[in-house]
Design a protein around this ligand. Structure first.
Ligand SMILES: NC(=O)c1ccc[n+]([C@@H]2O[C@H](COP(=O)([O-])OP(=O)(O)OC[C@H]3O[C@@H](n4cnc5c(N)ncnc54)[C@H](OP(=O)(O)O)[C@@H]3O)[C@@H](O)[C@H]2O)c1
Length: 301
């Protein structure tokens, strides 16, 4: 099973990044999970389900440069859930909100990409930990309904329909304490104009910019960081929090078990459909975490 992440698109740009660009002709780099079919290592045994950087391919080899983690059996969770909320997606929302965003009870929180994999989890953690109000931003009425009805946000703004800066002002008249940014661009600018004094902007992703990184568009409202004494900070989950994954995973798995963390996976069947699956993230055609099922017979015990 492959994890389809927007960052795969950034790895296709021949521009400075946090990992080298994927060269023309290389296997597309991608997270994934699979079953061990042969092993010469004491680290893995045949039949283990492991996750790591598999790439868009049916078979891969673990070696000293490419380690995999064995997913423990008996978790009572299916593989798609482990690849989503209990995997790096959930962990990104967790550390982004709590560590980078320094969220605390009573904060007014805004999340973009709110119907997506990371955004839906960030908003639910904020709600569960006592946010005063959690407002989502998503594309279209169907997604906005999902954000409120399914994920329990207080409100959702359809960025394709509303004047966002004005709508945010109406929804958060005293300003936004924490903004979890998944999209960048004009939406980030609209939030900047509504940031509260000492507000925190978590730069998790900038999907609106990934197809135009050769010609990035600047922000107009950064002076609001001065006026409101606010700050923005980016992070890369596995580089900044890679040694603390278990801490987040335990809490996320407990929330799933209690039914307080709702999640949804958008499954695309067949390795040959991986490029279309990646494009869904950019058209907004995905509902929840996008995964490609390469072989349905691989299941967690
Ligand atoms: N920093 C890290 O370590 C880290 C780790 C994981 C993910 N991320 C980032 O987190 C973000 C979300 O990733 P995800 O895997 O959870 O994807 P996702 O939210 O499940 O899917 C991407 C969503 O982005 C929205 N979108 C696409 N183009 C847009 C545009 N031009 N303007 C506004 N919204 C747009 C679409 O939702 P609508 O239909 O609502 O438009 C789409 O469903 C990405 O930016 C990703 O790079 C960062």
């Amino acid at each position: 099973m492959l994890s389809i992440d927007p960052t795969i698109r950034t790895w296709m740009n021949d521009a400075p990044g946090y990992l080298p660009a994927i060269a023309v002709g290389d296997v597309v780099r991608s997270g994934g999970a699979g079953v061990v079919v042969e092993s010469n290592s004491s680290r893995y045994k045949v039949g283990d389900i492991v996750s790591g950087i598999t790439g868009w391919q049916e078979w891969t080899i673990a070696d000293e440069n490419n380690h995999f983690s064995v997913i423990p059996a008996g978790l009572g969770l299916d593989l798609a859930t482990v690849m989503n909320v209990v995997g790096l997606t959930g962990v990104t929302a967790y550390f982004g909100l709590l560590e980078v965003g320094k969220f605390h009870e009573g904060d007014v929180v805004v999340v973009s990409g709110a119907a997506g994999a990371t955004g839906s989890v960030a908003g639910q953690i904020a709600k569960a930990r006592g946010a005063k109000k959690v407002i989502g931003i998503a594309g279209g009425p169907e997604k906005c309904e999902e954000v409120v009805e399914k994920y329990g946000f207080d409100e959702c703004l359809d960025y394709r329909q509303v004047h966002l800066a004005r709508a945010l002002h109406e929804a958060c008249p005293k300003g936004i304490d924490v903004y979890f940014d998944n999209v960048g661009g004009e939406i980030l600018d609209a939030v900047l104009s509504n940031i509260a004094v000492h507000g925190r902007i978590i730069l998790c992703g900038a999907i609106s910019q990934y197809n135009s990184m050769q010609k990035p568009k600047g922000l107009a409202n950064t002076s609001m960081l001065i006026v409101r004494r606010a700050r923005m900070e980016g992070f890369i989950v596995f580089q900044d929090f890679g040694s603390r994954l278990a801490e987040a995973q335990l809490e996320l798995a407990a929330m799933v078990a209690k039914g307080t963390l709702v999640h949804q996976e958008h499954l695309v069947h067949g390795l040959e459909h991986a490029p279309e699956a990646l494009n869904l993230l950019f058209s907004g055609g995905n509902h929840g975490k996008t995964l490609v099922v390469v072989d349905d017979s691989v299941q967690l015990a």
